[in-house]
Design a protein. Structure first.
Length: 106
């Protein structure tokens, strides 16, 4: 259950990362409110996951999910330019996240 909670925390991290850009320096109310709410949910879920998963492992996976997810949303949904090197680096990051999960004690 802790790994599912951690996955959810990572998905909420993607949401707040994307919303951060939409706040336009925290001058837009709705995106700012969404950012604050999704950030809080992500942190609470991360905290809950670390009750069973060591913080180093949980944090690495959480950050990785957020980084890869934000990259995917930015490039696939929003059309941010990318290149082969970035795609390869994201693939390596995904492989690293999977390796951390597979080698975790829990």
């Amino acid at each position: 259950m802790a790994w599912i909670t951690l996955l959810a925390a990572g998905l909420f991290e993607v949401a707040w990362a994307i919303l951060l850009g939409e706040t336009k320096g925290f001058t837009r109310v709705a995106p700012t409110a969404g950012f604050v709410v999704t950030l809080a949910i992500s942190m609470v879920l991360l905290h809950l996951a670390t009750r069973e998963i060591p913080i180093g492992t949980a944090y690495a996976v959480w950050v990785g999910i957020g980084a890869v997810g934000a990259y995917l949303v930015s490039t696939v949904v929003r059309g941010q330019p990318t290149n082969v090197g970035q795609v390869a680096a994201m693939g390596a990051l995904v492989a690293s996240i999977v390796a951390v999960k597979l080698t975790a004690a829990h």
